[in-house]
Design a protein around this ligand. Structure first.
Ligand code: PGA
Length: 255
């Protein structure tokens, strides 16, 4: 049985007080109904991580994640944060390869591969993002793009390592645009990702892999998206900044 995950990506939003306030609201609204096999991951800016993990007080349903890390453990990399530092702050997940990192910080498959290695070495769970641009979709090259992102950044991992990944399919044209992928469009790509993982590793691993959808997911469209056979949850940007919306998305798995 695959684990369902709803991860909130706060991006570069909310100062410390506002971050604590939102998280406290989420904790209050999340009730005991959240199923045991479902995980909620909140990925705030780095500066909130320690405080949020302290507020968790061992709550097994929620975990804290980061939005990025450097691939080295330590060293002269001014302004950077390593996976080992995140681990020591109480984070359990790290988003790797988000399209905004690829587009604005020139991250390529090579550096993303190194980051995945470092996150796994430090016993954190990567949320590894892949997805095509609008141009790539319009020219019908999206399956090739997805395959090359998988090969370039993650297929060097052995089966035991790959098993620890959470994948997120995020079509770049749907992120923050209000243009959600149609459930069938997302399902088609999720099934494709699973088939490539089965080819590279095994059917068993592919069947157990949690693959999230991300891109303008909200309380109105979440049920239809998560109802697709190969969609196991969501990576939520804008809607994760509103406690009520985030909880309503989480509760899709409980209805
Ligand atoms: P969005 O962002 O939900 O605001 O589209 C998703 C993401 O970038 O992870």
């Amino acid at each position: 049985m695959r684990k369902n995950i709803i991860a909130g990506n706060w991006k570069m939003n909310l100062d410390h007080a506002a971050g604590l306030e939102l998280f406290a609201e989420i904790l209050t609204l999340i009730n005991d109904d959240v199923k045991g096999d479902q995980k909620v991951v909140v990925c705030p800016p780095y500066i909130h991580i320690t405080s949020l993990t302290q507020l968790l007080k061992g709550n097994p349903t929620i975990a804290i994640g980061a939005q990025n890390c450097h691939h080295a453990d330590s060293g002269a990399y001014t302004g950077e944060i390593s996976a080992s530092m995140l681990k020591s702050s109480g984070a359990e997940y790290v988003i790797i390869g988000h399209s905004e990192r690829r587009a604005f910080f020139a991250e390529d498959d090579l550096v993303i591969a190194k980051k995945l290695d470092s996150v796994l070495k430090n016993k954190l769970s990567p949320i590894f993002c892949i997805g095509e641009t609008l141009e790539q979709r319009n020219t019908g090259t999206h399956f090739g793009v997805i395959e090359s992102q998988l090969k370039g950044a993650a297929f060097h991992l052995d089966e035991a390592q790959f098993k620890k990944l959470v994948l997120a399919y995020e079509p770049v044209w749907a992120i923050g645009t209000g243009l959600t992928a149609a459930p069938e469009q997302a399902q088609e790509v999720h099934a494709f990702i699973r088939s490539k993982v089965a080819e590279q590793y095994s059917h068993e691993l592919a069947n157990e892999l949690t693959i999230l959808y991300g891109g303008s997911c909200n309380p109105k469209n979440a049920a239809e998206l998560f109802g697709q056979e190969d969609i196991d949850g969501g990576l939520i940007g804008g809607a994760s900044l509103k406690a009520r919306d985030f909880i309503d998305i989480i509760m899709v798995f409980n209805s």
